[in-house]
Write a protein that binds this ligand. Structure first.
Ligand SMILES: NC(=O)c1ccc[n+]([C@@H]2O[C@H](COP(=O)([O-])OP(=O)(O)OC[C@H]3O[C@@H](n4cnc5c(N)ncnc54)[C@H](O)[C@@H]3O)[C@@H](O)[C@H]2O)c1
Length: 317
């Protein structure tokens, strides 16, 4: 049994607590949250002690592992603290705000031997796993291009304000949403990423210093890829399209779609009901990584590659 704590009980925390309750490898032992009201509420609901100081939680509860759900600028310092204590870390994406911070996190993991895993959750989406199988089996011929279009109003009042401050979030829509797109692509085709370019800016909510739109292009294992992101009040889109010589696959919020006839259109592919959701699969793979078994969990070297890609785009703008 892996005794696990959670650091940061904001928006994404409940996805992790629900997953922990379903996966028997883990036992939730404590939570940490600086907002004491929120901490108390979660503590009551979950029946575990709360701490407003994550360092105290680690020292008193001595968890084997933690999940870090903090604002991006705190990922590095909290991860390094835990890894130095020999605590395995699942750190939410993006790994950190800069490559320099990623290097500190990797060094701490190498020194203590505690595992460092990054929460790139979208590789655990059922449709993405299915696309990877199609690519590996060559069913639709040779993969030609990949393009993701993700449009979602980025400046919504419900978004915690730290996301809109570059010092705290490291950037805007690229480091937050783009990190998912980069991960999906590298996971499905391979991690050799070259020819990274991009343009980004903020044409709409200029009172915030983070970018609200971007067009990014790169090659992943030789395949030309584009990611288009728009956080303004335009049409909604959350889709990624893989075009092959003999068809295409598209994953979006309604599922996975295939086009497998010349000049044809997309039709929905019915996939079997999955046993678990993405957050449960992420934990199952985290447990394997902790036990030293083969795992598809993205490690710190991989998380660094995503941040390096994003830094290249920011450097061009
Ligand atoms: N995997 C996903 O699909 C997904 C979705 C949303 C967010 N995220 C990522 O999860 C992380 C958290 O995002 P969120 O939306 O939950 O943000 P959030 O602002 O809702 O949550 C962060 C929480 O951390 C708390 N906090 C701040 N400093 C702390 C400290 N020193 N000790 C303890 N608690 C502290 C805040 O009070 C807040 O409750 C980010 O990295 C974000 O990019 C991932």
């Amino acid at each position: 049994m892996i005794r696990i704590g959670i650091i940061g009980m904001g928006i994404i925390a409940s996805a992790h607590t629900k997953a922990i309750s379903k996966i028997s490898d883990f036992e939730l032992v404590a939570i940490s949250e600086i907002n004491e009201e929120r901490a108390k509420e979660y503590s009551k609901d979950l029946g575990v002690p709360y701490y407003t100081d994550y360092k105290e939680m680690c020292e008193k509860e001595k968890p084997d592992a933690v999940i870090i759900n903090l604002p991006h600028f705190l990922h590095c310092e909290s991860t390094v603290f835990c890894l130095e204590k020999g605590i395995h870390v699942l750190c939410e994406k993006p790994m950190a705000n800069t490559v320099e911070e990623c290097d500190k996190m990797i060094a701490a993991s190498e020194k203590s031997g505690a595992k460092l895993i990054i929460g790139h959750i979208q590789r655990f989406f059922q449709g993405i796993g299915a696309i990877k199988e199609y690519i590996d089996n060559g069913t639709l011929g040779k993969l030609v291009t990949i393009s993701e279009v993700r449009n979602e109003y980025y400046f919504a009042d419900a978004r915690p304000r730290w996301f809109l401050d570059k010092k705290l979030a490291g950037g805007g829509i690229i480091i937050n949403h783009g990190a998912h797109g980069i991960d999906k692509i590298l996971y499905t085709v391979g991690e050799d990423i070259t020819n990274v370019h991009g343009e980004c800016g903020n044409f709409y909510r200029e009172e915030f210093d983070v970018e609200g739109h971007a067009n990014i292009s790169f090659r992943a294992n030789g395949i030309p890829c584009t990611i288009s992101l728009c956080g303004y009040e335009t049409f909604f889109s959350n889709q990624i399209t893989y075009t092959f010589t003999h068809g295409a696959l598209r994953s979006d919020n309604s599922g996975l779609h295939i086009c497998d006839e010349k000049g044809g259109t997309f039709r929905k592919l019915e996939l079997p009901e999955p046993e678990y959701g993405p957050f449960e699969y992420q934990l199952i793979e985290f447990a394997k990584a902790i036990r030293g078994e083969e795992s598809i969990s993205p490690d710190g070297y991989y998380g660094r590659k995503v941040i390096e890609t994003i830094e290249k785009v920011y450097a061009e703008n």
